[in-house]
Design a protein around this ligand. Sequence first.
Ligand SMILES: Cc1cc2nc3c(=O)[nH]c(=O)nc-3n(C[C@H](O)[C@H](O)[C@H](O)COP(=O)(O)O)c2cc1C
Length: 337
Amino acid sequence: MRKIRKREHLENYFRATYRGNTLLDDVFLEHNSLPELSIDDIDTKVTFLGKTVDYPIIINAMTGGTDFSQEINRELSLIAKAFNIPMAVGSQTIALCEDDECRDSFQIVRENIGKEGVVIANLSAQAHLDDVNIAIDMINADAIQLHLNPAQEIVMFEGDRDFRGVLKNIENIVSKVDRPVIVKEVGFGISKDVAKKLYDIGVRNIDISGSGGTNFIEIENIRSKEIDLSDIFSWGIPTALSLIKARELPKDLMLIGSGGIRTSMDIVRALVIGGDLVGISGEILSYLLHGGYENAKDYLDATIQKMKILMLLLGKKNIEELKTTKYKLTGKLKELI
Ligand SMILES: Cc1cc2nc3c(=O)[nH]c(=O)nc-3n(C[C@H](O)[C@H](O)[C@H](O)COP(=O)(O)O)c2cc1C
C-alpha cells in the first residue's frame, strides 16, 4: 500500500498544475555597485550538524522504499556527494514495516555520500521512539527529520484523522535520541506559534517548509476523485512569511527555508530573511526525472554559480555576512507581516 502511494505521489507531483506563491519575490534586496570583492572571495561553506558542507542547500526529503525510488535516491545522493551538500531521505516508515529489501533504497544514500557527508533520516512526528532509533541506525543518520503533515493526511482518503499527542511525542523523542531532531512541514509552513511550542520543548532545528512549491493537497486530490479539493489548494503559510516570523525566535534555533525554492534568487532571499540553509525537493526532482543525472547536476551547478554572483552583487563574501543583509518587504508579504 505504502509503495503504491509513494509511486503515486511521485507521478502526481508531475501532474499537478496549481502554482502557489512563496512570496519570496516580495523580498527586495538592494544592488551594491561597490562590492569590493572578487568572485573568488565568495565562500559558501557552512557548518551543519557538526560537519562542513560546501553550500547551504539540502536535497530535501522525498523518497525511498521501491526500486524506482532507489534509483532516484542513488542519483540524488551522487549529486549530494558531488557538491558536498546534505541530503534527507524520504519517510522511512515503509522500511520499518515492509520487506528488508526496501531498506537498500535508503542505505544507498549513506553508501554514496560516505561517512563524511550529511545524511538525514525521516519519519512522521507521530513515530514511536524505537522506530526513530531504527531509522537513524538504518542510514547512520546525522539527524532525524520528523515531519508534520496534518494537511496532507487529512485530505488523504487512507490518511490519519487524529493528531492529538504529537507535541508530547516530539518532546519524548527530542529528550531520548542521541542525534539532533529537525521538525519539518511538507509544504504548508510552520507558524511562529507552532515554532515557539517546538522551541519550548527543546527543538532547535526547524524546517518551515512553507507553501508556494509542492502542494500535497493537490497531489492527494489527483489520487482521489472522491471529493474536489481545488478550492483549498491555496492553503498554507507562504515560505517567506513562515521564515520571517520563525526568525523572531531566539538565534539558537536553526532554520531551514524550504517550500518552493527553485532559483538562486529564492535561495539568497530565503537566507537573507532567516534561513540558515535552504531545502530543495520538487525542483531538483523535476530536473532529474526530465533529463537525468547530468541535467539535475547542471541545474544545481548553474544555480550555485548564480547564487555566488548575487552574493557578490550584495557585497557579501560569506553566508554569515549574507544573513546580515538588510531587506525591504513589498506587496502582499509586507501586508501580512
Ligand atoms: C515526491 C515527493 C515526496 C515527498 N516525500 C516526503 C517525505 O517522505 N517526507 C517528508 O518529510 N517530506 C516529503 N516531501 C516534502 C518535501 O520534503 C518538502 O517539504 C516539500 O516538497 C516542499 O518543498 P518543494 O516545494 O521544494 O518540493 C516530499 C516531496 C515530494 C515532491
